[in-house]
Design a protein around this ligand. Structure first.
Ligand SMILES: Cc1ncc(COP(=O)(O)O)c(C=O)c1O
Length: 461
């Protein structure tokens, strides 16, 4: 037995818990020993849009955990569905069998998904969904005899996950390449539809959405016979919630069709009501050939993701010698599928997608009032996915670095005032879809006062 670890029964005081977490728990995307009072919190319970920490302080969950607790915290109905399934049958291996909840969930998703995305491949989260979609895309072309199609085109600023393929297509290379290169060969990146800071210095609508046409040019340059897929989020959260112009997605669909390139729509954040439609693709009446989902699929009650495929894609894998060469032990886990089914019941019964559209419009309207702050460069969003972009100077749009002490102070102030959310050079807002108007008002009031204090500190007023 490791002498350095106390027995878990000894973790009965807050001090002991803080110390043990500090010593033994390595938090994701964090330095070693990041758990410290006043910096990170130990959360113990949640209900609706509110979470409570070990010391009893309550916070508005401004990011729904990490963009995913769509139905809100404390849903006993989902917990009960998971418990029932775990007690009935906790596991079955895809190599020999499947389970009732997996079939029920796949069927339900087929009915809900845009276009003819009607075949589900289950996994445990967003990175696995993206990793699976990339592999499905490459093997699809191989099986159809187009064996040179291995390249993926993605957008700068996008985030598609942490595993190797997903990391390679993510447009956040400056954060990963120094440590993890060489990344997956054949991953190419283009400019995002980020009108506030257009890479081409163009202005919409005069630009005629050149950022979409640039993808066609890249495909031509690389040789269409070498390109497997384009992957993109309908609205990139990591890229700053830049809502693309209306022409962008239909144009991208047309470009992929023109060159026989698969379109992978990454709805890991935008799926399940986040943008005020069940899937964000619906805003533009577009469907991918493959669609990745996770997060809101179970609202975080269980780790689950999926790749939803068009039948044309799945059909390429027909026959024993053409099987998908990809297996995940936890794919289609029945307890996770049961959680997702109960989550979808709540989304539908409580009309949370329409509620998200209404509350999202209200949130965006209220956030516009923050434009009076000298630090606020832009305010944008779609449904309950929003960002307030902060700048040092509104004319030059000079950015803050996410590591800037001012941004960390802002995050700290927001938490002290009772709002948990993500602050980089932007303040991201994606609360649970069940948020109420008074909660939206509170969220905006906290942000308003924290910005005002920061501006005082920095000498803006
Ligand atoms: C668009 C998108 N795709 C994929 C992922 C990866 O999901 P996960 O963290 O569940 O692996 C994320 C995570 O935030 C995401 O935002």
């Amino acid at each position: 037995m490791n002498q350095q670890a106390p027995p878990s029964a000894a973790l009965s005081t807050p001090e002991a818990l803080w110390q043990a977490g500090h010593d033994h728990l390595w938090l994701h995307a964090s330095p070693w020993r990041a758990l410290a009072p006043g910096h990170k919190r130990i959360l113990v319970s949640g209900r609706g849009c509110t979470v409570r920490d070990l010391e009893g302080k309550e916070y508005l969950d401004g990011l729904a955990g990490l963009w995913l607790v769509n139905v809100g915290h404390g849903r006993e109905e989902i917990a009960a569905a998971m418990a029932r399934q775990a007690a009935t049958l906790a596991y079955a291996s895809a190599t020999q069998a499947t389970t009732l909840p997996a079939i029920q969930l796949a069927t339900r998703l087929a009915a809900l998904a845009p276009g003819d995305l009607s075949v589900a491949f289950f996994c445990s989260g967003g990175s696995e969904a993206v990793e699976s979609a990339l592999k499905i895309a490459r093997q699809y072309h191989y099986l159809r005899g187009e064996r040179k199609r291995y390249k993926f085109i993605a957008r700068r600023g996008s985030y598609h996950g942490a595993t190797y393929g997903a990391m390679s297509v993510s447009g956040t290379r400056q954060l990963t390449e120094p440590y993890f290169s060489p990344l997956l060969p054949g991953t190419l990146h283009v400019a995002p539809p980020y009108c506030y800071r257009c890479d081409y210095r163009y202005t919409y609508p005069e630009c005629d959405v050149y950022c979409a046409d640039a993808i066609a040019q890249l495909i031509e340059f690389e040789g269409p016979e070498t390109v497997a897929a384009v992957i993109a989020e309908p609205v990139s959260a990591s890229g700053g919630v830049a809502v693309p112009p209306p022409e962008y997605w239909p144009r991208l669909r047309e470009i992929c069709d023109r060159y026989g390139v698969l379109l992978i729509v990454d709805e890991v954040i935008t799926g399940f009501g986040r943008t005020g439609k069940l899937f964000a693709s619906e805003h533009w009446n577009v469907a991918g050939d493959l669609m990745t989902v996770a997060k809101g699929l179970s609202s975080g009650y269980a780790p689950i993701g999926a790749v939803l495929c068009r039948p044309q894609v799945a059909e390429a894998f027909t026959g024993a010698e053409r099987k998908l060469s990809h297996l995940l032990t936890f794919g289609g886990h029945p307890v996770a599928c049961a959680a997702a089914l109960a989550n979808l019941d709540i989304l539908e019964r409580e009309n949370l997608v329409a509620h998200a559209a209404a509350m999202g419009a209200y949130l965006l309207e209220q956030l516009q009032s923050l434009r009076a702050h000298p630090l606020v460069g832009d305010v944008r969003g779609l449904g309950l996915l929003a960002a307030v972009e902060l700048v040092r100077d509104r004319k030059t749009k000079e950015k803050f670095s996410p590591e800037d002490e001012a941004m960390q102070r802002l995050a700290q102030r927001l938490a002290e005032k009772g709002l948990l959310t993500r602050v980089t050079s932007m303040v991201f807002l994606a609360p649970p879809l069940c948020i109420t108007r008074p909660e939206v008002d509170r969220l905006v009031a906290i942000l308003d006062s924290a910005l005002h204090e920061l501006e005082q500190d920095l000498g803006y007023c």
